[in-house]
Ligand binder design. Structure first.
Ligand code: ADP
Ligand code: MG
Length: 265
C-alpha cells in the first residue's frame, strides 16, 4: 500500500501565495477528483508535488510512503512512483517514445525486453494508433492523441500515484472514454506487480468521472479545499454550480461568507 500525503502545504510563486494550506491523502487504489474554478491552484498543486521549477514552498510537507518528496529532484519523484499527466503535454522533437520508456524503466530497475509487446498491447487497449509509436514524443499529435499517448506511457510505467491534470481537456468523447477506462482499470488492478494505482484527477467536468469513478471529490477554491464529499458532489456541482454550497453556514446571507464569492474572483 502506497500513500501520498500532502499536509498543510502552502506554496506559490515569488511574492504570491497560491496554495494556502492543502491537506490531501491519496492511497493505492483510491481515486480522488479535484474540481474548482480556473485559477484556483489546481495545476499549481500538481506542479509543486511533481517538482516543477519556479514555485516557492513556504510551509507543509509532501511525502510518498514517508519519504520527503519535496527534497527530491523531479526525476527522483518519478522513479519513486509519482506520475503527472500535464494539462498541456509537451512535444519533444528528436526524442522517441520507446527510447523514453526504455530509459524510464531502466531507472526504475525494471526490464524493458517486453517493451515493444507492451506498447502494442497498450496502444490497442487505449486506441492509440500504432503508427504513432515510432514518432518523437507527442510531435504533431492532436490534443486527443497526446492524451492517449500520455495515458499509454503511464500504463507502461505503472506508477504508484498519478496526478491527471485535466486529462479530459482536448479529448473527444471516444478518447475520453478510452483514457478514463484505462485509468479506472489501473486503479482497480495491480499492474507490473504494483499495488493498484492511486489517482488525483483534476477536472472541470463530471463526465470524466462517469468512467473514472472517484471515491472522494474535493473542491479547491482560492488555494484551499473548501468541500470534500462523495461522487455525488461532482453531479451536484454540474447541475447546480458552486452556489449550491453557499447556504451551508448560518452566515450565508452575508455576501462575504458566500462560496460564490470565492469562485467569482
Ligand atoms: P488552475 O489550474 O486551478 O486553473 P493554476 O494553478 O494554474 O490554477 O493557477 C493559480 C493562480 O496562480 C492563477 O492566478 C495563475 O495565474 C497563478 N500562477 C500559477 N503559476 C504561475 C506562474 N508560474 N507565474 C505566475 N502566476 C502563476
Ligand atoms: Mg490548471
Amino acid at each position: 500500500m502506497s500513500t501520498l500525503e500532502i499536509k498543510g502545504l502552502r506554496a506559490g510563486i515569488a511574492g504570491k501565495e497560491i496554495l494556502k494550506g492543502i491537506d490531501l491523502t491519496i492511497k493505492s487504489g483510491e481515486v480522488h477528483a479535484l474540481m474548482g474554478p480556473n485559477g484556483a491552484g489546481k495545476s499549481t498543486l500538481s506542479g509543486v508535488v511533481m517538482g516543477k521549477p519556479g514555485y516557492v514552498i513556504s510551509a507543509g510537507s509532501v511525502t510518498l510512503d514517508g519519504e520527503d518528496v519535496l527534497a527530491m529532484e523531479t526525476w527522483e519523484r518519478a522513479a519513486a512512483g509519482l506520475h503527472l499527466i500535464m494539462q498541456y503535454p509537451t512535444e519533444v522533437p528528436g526524442v522517441m517514445l520507446d527510447d523514453v520508456l526504455a530509459e524510464a524503466l531502466a531507472s526504475r530497475g525494471r526490464p524493458s525486453e517486453q517493451l515493444d509487446e507492451l506498447l502494442h498491447d497498450e496502444a490497442a487497449r487505449i486506441g492509440f494508433e500504432e503508427r504513432f509509436l515510432d514518432r518523437p514524443l507527442n510531435v504533431d499529435l492532436s490534443g486527443g492523441e497526446k492524451k492517449r499517448n500520455e495515458t499509454l506511457q503511464m500504463a507502461v510505467l505503472a506508477p504508484k500515484i498519478a496526478i491527471l491534470d485535466e486529462l479530459d481537456s482536448g479529448l473527444d468523447i471516444d478518447a475520453l472514454r478510452d483514457c478514463a477506462r484505462r485509468v479506472e482499470a489501473m486503479s482497480n488492478e495491480s499492474t507490473a506487480g504494483q499495488e493498484p494505482l492511486g489517482v488525483l484527477a483534476i477536472t472541470h467536468y463530471s463526465r470524466l468521472l462517469h468512467e473514472l469513478r472517484p471515491d472522494q471529490v474535493h473542491i479547491l477554491a482560492q488555494g484551499r479545499i473548501v468541500e470534500t464529499g462523495g461522487p455525488d458532489l461532482a453531479t451536484t456541482l454540474e447541475t447546480d454550480g458552486y452556489s449550491a454550497f453557499a447556504g451551508t453556514d448560518d452566515d450565508s446571507t452575508s455576501s462575504s461568507s458566500s462560496l460564490d464569492d470565492l469562485f467569482s474572483l
